[in-house]
Design a protein around this ligand. Structure first.
Ligand SMILES: [Zn+2]
Length: 82
């Protein structure tokens, strides 16, 4: 069994996940991505092959459908540091 490199205590499980993938100013959502997911911290690991495939999809601008996402800007707030 593989353990998580990130939290060092979780076990990695094979799953299919939905990835919100940012490519420059574009946001691409890719479904059914095979990944190893930590059962403790939720960290995801993708194989080199899968990463390349996601880059390719982003570069080619491949799309099956376009979804709408809400875009909201917070009203001006005092700085978090204040
Ligand atoms: Zn972990």
């Amino acid at each position: 069994m593989e353990t998580c490199y990130f939290c060092r205590k979780g076990i990695l499980e094979d799953k299919r996940v939905t990835v919100d993938f940012r490519w420059g100013s574009k946001l691409i959502v890719i479904e059914e991505v095979p990944a190893k997911v930590c059962n403790e911290c939720g960290e995801r690991y993708y194989s080199a092959e899968i990463s390349r495939e996601m880059d390719k999809i982003a570069i080619e601008g491949k799309r099956e459908k376009v979804i709408e996402v809400p875009l909201v800007r917070l009203p001006t707030m005092p700085s978090a540091a204040a």
